[in-house]
Design a protein around this ligand. Sequence first.
Ligand code: BES
Ligand code: MN
Ligand code: ZN
Length: 504
Amino acid sequence: MSDMQTELTFASLSDIETELLTVAAVDAQTKKGPDAKPQPVLLTTHEAVKAAAAAVLDSGEFKAGANETLLLHAPVELKAKRLLIVGLGRQDKATVPSVRSAAGTAVRFTKPRGIRELVMAVPEAEGLVATACARAAVEGAFVGDFDPDTYRSDRKDQSVQGVTVAVPAGADRAAVETAFAEGVAIGESQNFARSLVNEPGNKLTPTVLGQRAVAMASEVGLKCDVYSTEKLHELKMGAFWSVSQGSEEPPALIVMRYEPEGVTEGPVLGLVGKGITFDTGGISIKPSDKMDKMKYDMAGGAAMIGAMRAIALLKPRVRVIGIVCAAENMPDGKAQKPGDVQTAMSGKTIEVINTDAEGRLVLADGLAYARQLGATHLIDAATLTGACVVALGMVNAGAFSNNEETYEKFEAALETSGERFWRLPLAEEYADMIRSEIGDIKNTGGRWGGAITAAEFLHHFAEDTPWIHLDIAGLAWVEEARPYIAKGPSGIGVRSILEWVRRY
Ligand code: BES
Ligand code: MN
Ligand code: ZN
């Protein structure tokens, strides 16, 4: 993992000695139509910084578009060697998530230039509270620092070694310090999840994923047990086992526990992640085109491991159990076949129409186990369906829930996390689509509404326990690099799941 050092300062911007100082700017134009002209405005009250940027802002070269950058060398009257202006876009749309992205953009701008250290000034503007911005800036810096080139032999470590966030002296220092420390814990945990997702299937087997979870747990003080084949049989996890039976690699049932001292009452939150370390489709094998991408089919599990790390560090007053069902979905002589009937841990029987709909099989038993361990509220995350990507593209991930109260907490969590999820419906009619003739349910519901029938499948195992299902298939992997994030694993889910937990 990156060893980026982070720091907070309340010093005056002109006094800060640094290789690079970044300040944010917005486009303040209000007109629309042919007369509209960008009006870049720096979000700082610092006169020397404003003076240093005045000429170039007047020139019209820089429009303060979202993640647009402009670099000045030797800014007069500043001790900083360079001044980087980063756009947040239109003023009325500049929000805390824009600040997070801008911070990532600043770091990704810095990395290839051999600059190892920078200072980011949090924007000073109405509606952009310093505490939230300090947290978002440091989160964004971690997100921007991550690159997926782990196995390149010509890899140059261009990681930024030091990021300092500068906050105006007048801010509520204690609150800013807390928010900043949270941002560090969250940013690191998100990158930890990304590093797991980035690993190829041969390096990160279910067993190795279990070992990574154990190592993380001992670092941050979580309990963590990893079970395998025997335990699956003992718990009668017929659905989970049916996926792993076709692989030489044993499954891993990862159970992480966060038990804050003195908390013996109240809710127990169950976090359940899909941990398919490689999804070939099994006997219903996938086409070879882009099959390599299926190494990221454990992104839901990684999100839960990352969220548990952040939970252990931020210490909310609520008990949490994290469960990851890890297996490899392979075709071999022992693999399950279309038409096979499996008995899940809950006792329900499942007709396996398509062995490629394996995520819901492992999650069925993960959800049942979380309930058996006492979870009163459930959230699961999974790269579950291509259908969800068809529905929402790569802009929003899918969310489902059987309970308004718990979903409201998730919606509130999204305000802080800045991650984009869009709620899709559940309904009896969709559940009807997965009724089986030979058993209770079948694992596919046909072509239409595929993300929803998958969610209804899980609903059978969450039953009436308040539950949220996150289908992150379209967002777990960034297909095209953006100024603030590399192409590769995104770490989606970590921040929102953590924030949901903190609302109990
Ligand atoms: N892991 C896939 C879903 C997926 C697709 C994730 C694309 C990321 C990108 C899942 O196990 C799967 O294969 N789902 C099938 C279900 C179908 C057989 C009902 C799908 O979506 O095609
Ligand atoms: Mn599959
Ligand atoms: Zn899958």
